[in-house]
Design a protein around this ligand. Structure first.
Ligand code: AP5
Ligand code: MG
Length: 252
């Protein structure tokens, strides 16, 4: 099945901030947080939602990797931290997100992919949004997948450096070994997609991000989604959760 941007399937993703379709006239999900461990499918699902609703994906991981690729001062600071599986400092990431949220394309909502990742980031975001004139409150979706499956997904992931499409050598291989279906470019592996760094990223997730999931669960505008199903089924579960959460908000 081709995505709205003409990509080969829903197992693709776009650059960090990339609206690809006009906003749905009937339903706009507003600000959405996609939470979950490394490899649960945040990027894959964010891209599916971008295609569906025309609101931008804001991935802090992609924004940081963009800085690394451009050799900026921020990129130089982030490179080693990302390679170690630790988190880039809260002030740096908060400032990056605050700036990105000021762009015009966020007025109808956005999908935050991989942020917030610490309780400090969550507090910063909650404060920033409470001071904004956003029409809808933020809702959070946590995607859950078992550890062994995640390791397989992470080590099997390959990315097109040109169009950022995501492949997986086990679950969604390109038509031609090692080459992007769309660009013909040589697919790349993220430097942090090795088994030892994955183990560190999971540790970081359990210690610093699991409390963020609990923070949003306690606030109530929250759903957990089983990410261990075909991509399209996960997308359908997320869309259904979003409709439900917004309906709940209207009835409150
Ligand atoms: P980031 O880039 O956000 O990495 P992550 O959270 O570890 O998540 P991933 O991008 O690895 O996984 P994903 O959930 O997006 O999965 P995907 O859809 O690609 O962050 C990287 C680093 O940047 C961090 O470690 C940190 O250092 C820094 N950073 C980022 N944000 C930060 C923040 N807020 N604060 C501080 N530091 C920050 O899918 C994975 C694979 O699975 C793909 O191959 C895909 O094809 C496959 N797949 C997806 N869905 C399915 C499915 N349903 N079935 C089968 N295969 C599937
Ligand atoms: Mg990602």
């Amino acid at each position: 099945m081709a995505g709205a941007a003409g990509r080969p399937a829903t197992l693709t993703t776009s650059p960090a901030s990339h609206p690809t379709a006009p906003a749905d006239a009937l339903f706009l999900p507003g600000p959405v947080l996609l939470l979950g461990a490394p490899g649960v499918g945040k990027g894959t699902q964010a891209q599916a939602l971008v295609s569906e609703f025309g609101i931008p994906q804001i991935s802090t991981g992609d924004l940081l990797r963009g800085n690394i690729a451009r050799g900026t001062e921020l990129g130089l600071k982030a490179k080693e931290i990302i390679a170690s599986g630790m988190l880039v400092s809260d002030p740096i990431v908060n400032q990056m997100v605050e700036q990105r949220l000021q762009a015009d394309d966020t007025h109808h909502g956005y999908i935050l992919d991989g942020y917030p990742r610490t309780l400090d980031q969550a507090m910063f975001l909650d404060r920033t949004l409470s001071e904004s004139d956003a029409a809808l409150p933020v809702v959070a979706i946590s995607i859950v997948v078992a550890y062994d499956q995640l390791l397989h997904r992470i080590t099997g992931r390959r990315i097109c450096p040109a169009c950022k499409s995501i492949y997986n050598i086990y679950f969604n291989p390109p038509k031609q070994d090692g080459l992007c279906d769309l660009e013909g470019s040589q697919l790349e592996q993220r430097p942090d997609d090795t088994e030892p760094v994955f183990a560190e990223r999971m540790k970081t997730f359990e210690e610093q991000t699991a409390p963020v999931v609990e923070h949003y669960r306690a606030l109530g505008r929250f759903r957990e989604v089983d990410g261990d199903q075909p991509v399209e089924a996960v997308t359908a579960a997320i869309k259904s959760a979003l409709l439900d959460l917004r309906q709940q908000g209207r009835n409150a």
